[in-house]
Design a protein around this ligand. Structure first.
Ligand SMILES: [Zn+2]
Length: 83
């Protein structure tokens, strides 16, 4: 998370205070990725949607149940990302 410096890895834009962001698996688990913290990144929801459509993880169940997080809840996201 800190490595990203609060930037989206897709569009490279900074997260705004009210941006809707989501945790993403850099390598989809269906493609052999793991669920460890260093395999995750944080993206804008709309950027995540774009990536999900192109990385083959569209059918992954967790993407459908995942809900967006607001950037101001960044501590909660960090807690998720280090768990
Ligand atoms: Zn983005």
């Amino acid at each position: 998370m800190e490595k990203q410096k609060f930037r989206c890895n897709v569009c490279k834009g900074l997260f705004k205070h009210d941006s809707v962001i989501e945790l993403d698996h850099i390598i989809p688990q269906v493609g052999g990725g793991t669920d460890k913290a260093d395999s995750r990144q944080v993206l804008h929801r709309h950027c995540h949607d774009t990536k999900t459509r192109t990385d083959g993880s569209l059918d992954q169940r967790q993407h459908t149940k995942k809900k967006g997080l607001i950037a101001k809840d960044i501590k909660a996201i960090h807690a998720l990302s280090v768990t």
